[in-house]
Design a protein around this ligand. Structure first.
Ligand SMILES: [Zn+2]
Length: 100
């Protein structure tokens, strides 16, 4: 999906339509040590030794397989007049977003 770099939208701080910058929100990196993760179980001393380890014994490809190909992208609008007006909105489901 293509998005323009600047759009005219309503700013709730200026209370009028202003030119606003369009930016895709960065999600950051997911934590590897969250509850129920395999790495956390490894640190606790689980998932070691021989034999069937239940959900830890799953095939690598099975867990990595991508099921969903699209995501809703969060778009951040910043007002060019006051600068603080950061309005987030969930966009349509797309696999890729390009801001031009
Ligand atoms: Zn504003």
């Amino acid at each position: 999906m293509k998005m323009p770099r600047k759009v005219n939208r309503f700013c709730p701080y200026c209370k009028k339509r202003t030119e606003q910058k369009v930016k895709e929100q960065s999600h950051g990196k997911p934590s590897t040590l969250k509850r129920g993760s395999k790495q956390r179980a490894m640190l606790r001393g689980l998932n070691r030794g021989i034999g069937n380890k239940g959900r830890f014994s799953r095939m690598k490809n099975q867990a990595k397989q991508k099921r969903k190909t699209t995501k809703k992208t969060a778009i951040v609008y910043t007002c060019s007049v006051c600068g603080k007006g950061k309005d987030q909105k969930k966009g349509k489901r797309t696999s890729k977003i390009t801001i031009e």
